[in-house]
Design a protein around this ligand. Structure first.
Ligand SMILES: [Zn+2]
Length: 183
């Protein structure tokens, strides 16, 4: 069975080892470079990975062969519920077994010892996965509601889908959830 060991305490990277006593190998040198492709059953998980700042490609149409192709072409690690991958020694996949999103996230991060960087929380578009740009209040004054403009300080914008993000209660609730996932 495929085993993945992540060691990020010193930015060491990711160590992938097959279950057959193989030597394993390092494939990335920093958590910044860890990228994922997420299977179609794990849309909510993909959203939370993006909230936590991880590059998580997701499409509700991905089939098993799409995941494999994308992983091979881009080096993205597959995150899946498809247990078929467990019989594919050497393939770069993490198979999750928990039925619920929070449990899946805990399973993913704790089992593989990945420590997300809080500085990267809320830096990525939840909808399309692009990295957000910090924008000034002036740049968003015509597109956000006036009560938001008068109560919020920081704004960011997705360069791909043009969504504007700001703080507020939504973000606070998400932070509470992130604290549950990464206590
Ligand atoms: Zn976007």
């Amino acid at each position: 069975m495929l085993q993945l060991l992540f060691k990020f305490s010193n930015g060491v990277g990711i160590f992938i080892k097959d279950g057959n006593g193989g030597q394993g190998r390092y494939m990335n040198t920093s958590s910044d470079k860890l990228t994922f492709v997420v299977d179609r059953m794990l849309g909510r998980l993909a959203k939370w990975l993006r909230v936590a700042g991880f590059d998580a490609l997701y499409d509700g149409k991905y089939k098993r062969e799409d995941l494999i192709k994308i992983s091979e072409q881009t080096g993205r690690i597959i995150i899946t519920r498809d247990t078929w991958f467990e019989s594919q020694g050497g393939r770069e996949a993490v198979v999750l077994h928990d039925n619920y999103t929070i449990g899946q996230l805990k399973e993913f991060f704790r089992r593989h010892n990945i420590v997300p960087d809080p500085a990267r929380f809320f830096t990525r578009c939840i909808v399309c996965n692009s990295e957000l740009m910090i924008v000034s209040r002036d740049e968003v004054k015509d597109v956000v509601p006036s009560f938001v403009l008068s109560t919020q300080q920081g704004f960011s914008k997705c360069p791909s889908c043009s969504r504007i993000y700001w703080g507020g209660t939504h973000k606070e609730k998400m932070l509470e959830t992130l604290k549950v996932i990464f206590p």
